[in-house]
Design a protein around this ligand. Structure first.
Ligand SMILES: *Cc1c(COP(=O)(O)O)cnc(C)c1O
Length: 494
């Protein structure tokens, strides 16, 4: 039996016993992290995680307390030296953001306040609403729209697709079985998170029509129309088309105007996956191909990619607030809104998504946008695009390098091809070059397969990259390719 008298005579807390000591340690941490960020370009981009680190991270559950200075020392010794690399100026893998020093500090403030941003009358709720208002302005989205911050593009897409599904059919009450098979349309280049979403939403992978793309890796509109007509003819239930504002492989922008028209004609939900590309709409050059975002029923994008905000934060905007709300709102007794007091305030954010408990992601977005102003982001996005066109021009004029996809925005796919090699050999060679670029700490592009060919892929959402970094990449690719040929290992063994 719990001896509560004894426990209550010895009450404890997790607050520090030595506030002054922790304060000093905190100052030290800030200094160290500022140094770490300021000197990032002087270090190799990436190093394989040391065996000591892996071993160190296999300890038993701590039973006894440990001194905080010592814990911090362990962090600096075992963890800090092995970052992913995405804060480095020559990191262009997948599509990853770089974060900022001020964003780091904002995260500390958010964590210090530590609000649960779901419900209630407290400042964080208003900060998030402010960020959603700014997001709408950034994309030219209607002021009446709703939105929510999420952990990233994956969650933003599945949340948007849930609204689409629940609007099309009364799934909340009746489940999917009450309706004919619902069908979702997107191009074959669409990000896998949307396919995962279709599975989780109960549609099943086979209910996703992956429409073929043209040479620019854009959805073939005539094929899209044909697929919808065919499904209608066989009694299926088309409900939504996903348009890509920047595909993950090549940054292709689908013909969003044409998709919007088809959606209108067939009464389908028009969702845009603009994880990174939607933000190019801020620039004059990309405003036109991305204009149809303004009429999309929903759009997903990330702050942690092309707005360079520290991980993690994405955003979903939904044109019709009522439809958005209708997909998720619940009013259990324990979440009742009151006229006054803490339980008053703006509408609960959990009515717009799956999560109840939510962190204060909005603060770092709010502080970053204020720190730089939107025009700085506009310039940086243009800078990243200009750097990619520059990289493409270097590739085109460099012997033995070839571009493997048209460059439309901020992704460049290329390979080393000295001639006289089979496709299999070229694939193996380029894979080897990529691994060496990373292992030697030179640069970190990633890879993909385009039309069956292995390609080195540079995705630039990096505010620290400079022109010279791309020159380094090109020179290093050629050098590694040539070294490899000289040592002429049998490529099949790679
Ligand atoms: C990155 C990306 C996603 C997924 O976003 P996360 O923030 O990684 O969850 C979805 N679609 C596209 C086009 C992406 O580039």
């Amino acid at each position: 039996m719990l001896n509560f008298a004894e426990i209550l005579n010895n009450e404890e807390t997790l607050d520090p016993q030595d506030w002054q000591g922790l304060r000093q340690l905190g100052h030290q941490m800030v200094d160290d992290m500022m140094d770490f960020l300021q000197s990032v370009k002087e270090r190799p981009i990436w190093e394989k995680t040391a065996e000591e680190t892996k071993a160190f991270l296999q300890h038993d559950l701590p039973e006894q307390p440990q001194n905080v200075e010592e814990i911090y020392k362990e962090f600096t010794q075992y963890i800090l030296p092995f970052p992913k690399g995405n804060i480095h100026p020559r990191f262009w893998s997948w599509v990853q953001g770089t974060g900022t020093a001020f964003g780091m500090l904002a995260d500390m403030l958010a964590s210090g306040m530590n609000p649960n941003v779901a419900i209630g009358d407290h400042a964080a709720m208003y900060v998030e609403n402010q960020v959603i208002e700014w997001s709408k302005q950034m994309l030219g989205y209607p002021a009446s729209a709703s939105g929510i911050l999420l952990s990233g593009g994956s969650m933003a897409n599945i949340t948007g697709l849930t609204v689409a599904r629940n609007y099309a059919a009364n799934v909340r009450a009746q489940g999917l079985k009450a309706f004919p098979q619902m069908v979702l349309y997107c191009s074959s280049e669409t990000h896998s998170c949307n396919l995962k979403a279709a599975e989780v939403l109960g549609l099943g992978a086979e209910a996703v029509r992956k429409i073929p793309v043209n040479e620019q890796f854009q959805i073939r509109i005539s094929d899209l129309r044909q697929a919808i007509e065919q499904d209608l003819a066989t009694g299926l239930f088309p409900f939504c088309v996903i348009g890509n504002a920047g595909t993950v492989n090549t940054a292709a922008i689908d013909d969003l105007d044409a998709i919007a028209e088809i959606c209108k004609e067939f009464n389908l939900w028009f969702h845009v996956d603009g994880a990174f590309g939607a933000l190019a709409k801020l620039t004059d050059e990309y405003a036109k191909p991305l204009k149809a975002i303004e009429i999309a029923d929903s759009v997903a994008f990330d702050f942690h990619k092309w707005m360079y905000v520290n991980y993690e934060v994405g955003c979903l905007l939904v044109k019709d607030r009522e439809k958005h709300r209708a997909a998720f709102a619940y009013s259990p007794n324990y979440l009742t809104i009151h006229e006054r007091g803490l339980a008053a305030g703006p509408e609960s954010l959990n009515n717009y998504g799956l999560e109840l408990s939510r962190g204060f992601k909005a603060l770092k977005v709010w502080m970053s946008l204020k720190e730089h102003g939107i025009d700085k982001y506009r310039r940086l996005i243009r800078q990243n695009i200009a750097q990619c066109f520059y990289l493409a021009s270097l590739i085109e004029k460099t012997e033995n390098l070839e571009l493997m996809a048209p460059v439309s925005m901020n992704i460049v796919c290329y390979r080393f091809n000295p001639g006289g090699m089979s496709e299999e050999e070229l694939n193996a060679l380029n894979k080897e070059i990529l691994m060496q670029l990373q292992e030697q700490g030179i640069a970190a592009p990633s890879s993909t397969i385009l039309n069956g060919n292995y390609v080195i892929r540079v995705a630039n959402t990096n505010h620290r990259s400079t022109k010279a970094d791309f020159e380094t990449l090109v020179a290093a690719t050629v050098q590694l390719g040539k070294n490899f040929l000289q040592h002429s290992q049998p490529l099949q063994d790679l």
